[in-house]
Ligand binder design. Structure first.
Ligand code: PMP
Length: 438
């Protein structure tokens, strides 16, 4: 499969060889896939084309961004109209009002601000929790990714042979260089789905914990759903200790349903971080919160700033995305696709008596190549990454584009995906199953 992959893409290889002034030959370390990055030409609807002219059903979705699909007419119209009137003034434009109104209604949080990436949203959330409480310690979940700022690049994807410590009290493992332990020492890593450990940590650090940042459905480790009562329990525990709760819904916000996991679970945190899909393909982030926390921004107690915050292009695209693309009918279609995908893949698993599971969350989903249910990162750690890589190659060579990190990543389906896209994915998966059981 690796040879077939390379053979299909001579132009991608030539681009890589030409890109001598691009560090690492790509524009993000996560684009440097094995055996080589795939260079993209364009996308339309549910499909993308690489520079060699190969067409794919896009299940990568730009790491969870392309929920509208590509070149959606509503986004194209909004962005085109905006480009012709200028794209940057560092002053608010009218679209920002519609975006904030829409998000306030969806998430039940009254006050919003904008940024440009998920990293910025979660960085503001961490800062805000510290500013609002006057405390420094942050809790984060082992295996949780929240972007690449100093406080959260801890224990994101530790390996079994790192010094990870016991499941209940994971040791902090630095995920990147360039981050001082003086900062990460202020972070306590806890297992997902475990309220008892959070209660213990809060008791051990009285008056020290500013808050906890958590993905309410954990992505970046396959997909791990919260156990019943976990999120409500977290909120109750943290508030009892004068600490705050921030949901990182950068991946889940628009993709699992119209108002994120927040809406599905009925637990409203103090802060919600959004990015990726909300901008309809234009880099946009948002942070929403309660009056109590966000008033710090309004009264200047915390300066949420940025040259490109709420920039006109992003706001035009986000307004179109939220008000024209992500309609109730769009979510009905996504639910149809989800069911078709789940049923199709499960059928293959049953037919071949494979010990795998299909896990879905709205437009997102993954195959877990593990026999047991996964409740936290330690369960996930036992996964053999070769299955995900083989799946990625098999899908890719047969016209379905997935993120290259098959062990940790999920597919995304867009509002423009069709039954044909789903059936192609399922057929490719069946091919993998046959090859592995032959
Ligand atoms: N939070 C989560 C849950 C994410 O998945 C990501 C990106 N994968 C981020 C934050 C960071 O977002 P960005 O890459 O836009 O900075």
């Amino acid at each position: 499969e690796t040879e077939a992959f390379v053979a299909r893409q001579p132009t991608s290889r030539a681009f890589r060889d030409r890109a001598t002034h691009l560090a690492g030959g790509a524009t993000s370390n996560w684009q440097i896939a094995d055996p080589q990055p795939v260079w993209i030409s364009h996308g339309r609807g549910s499909r993308i084309w690489d520079v060699d002219g190969c067409e794919y059903s896009d299940f990568h979705g730009g790491y969870g961004v392309a929920l509208a699909g590509h070149a959606h007419p509503a986004i194209v119209a909004a962005v085109t109209e905006r480009v012709g009137r200028g794209t940057h003034f560092a002053q608010p434009t009218e679209d920002a009002i519609a975006v904030a109104d829409n998000l306030a209604e969806r998430f039940g949080l009254p006050l919003w601000r904008f940024g440009n990436s998920g990293t910025e949203a979660t960085m503001d959330a961490v800062h805000l929790m510290r500013a609002a409480t006057g405390r420094s310690r942050i809790l984060k979940v082992e295996g949780g990714y929240h972007g690449h700022h100093d406080s959260v690049e801890v224990s994101v994807l530790p390996e079994a042979d790192d010094d990870i410590g016991p499941r209940e009290r994971p040791h902090n493992v630095l995920d990147n260089s360039g981050i001082p332990t003086e900062i990460t020492d202020l972070v306590t890593v806890v297992p997902f789905n475990d309220l008892e450990v959070v209660a213990q940590v809060l008791d051990e650090h009285p008056g020290e914990v500013a808050g906890m940042i958590v993905e309410p459905v954990m992505m970046n480790a396959g997909i791990i759903h919260p156990l019943p009562g976990y999120l409500a329990g977290l909120k109750e525990l943290l508030h009892r200790h004068g600490a705050l709760l921030a949901f990182d819904e950068v991946k889940t916000g628009m993709t699992v349903g119209p108002s994120g996991v927040t809406g599905i679970q009925g637990v409203t945190p103090d802060l919600v971080c959004l990015a990726k899909a909300i901008g309809g393909g234009v880099s946009t982030a948002a942070i929403g919160g309660t009056d109590e926390v966000m008033s710090l921004i309004a009264d200047g107690g915390y300066e949420q700033v940025g040259t490109f915050n709420g920039n006109p292009l992003a706001m035009a695209a986000a307004r179109a995305m939220l008000t024209e693309v992500l309609t109730p009918a769009a979510y009905t279609h996504l639910e149809h696709l989800r069911t078709r995908m789940e049923t199709g893949l499960q059928g293959v698993i049953d037919e071949h008596a494979l010990p795998w599971r299909v896990i879905t969350a709205g437009a997102k989903g993954c195959v877990s190549f593990l026999p047991d249910e996964v409740h936290d990162f330690r369960d996930f750690l036992t996964l053999d990454g070769r299955y995900g890589h083989a799946h990625w190659l098999v899908q890719h060579n047969r016209g379905a584009f997935l993120p290259p990190w098959g062990k940790v990543e999920q597919w995304l389906m867009s509002v423009q995906h069709t039954d044909e896209d789903v059936d192609r994915f399922v057929a490719n998966f069946a091919h993998l199953a046959e090859r592995l059981t032959r």
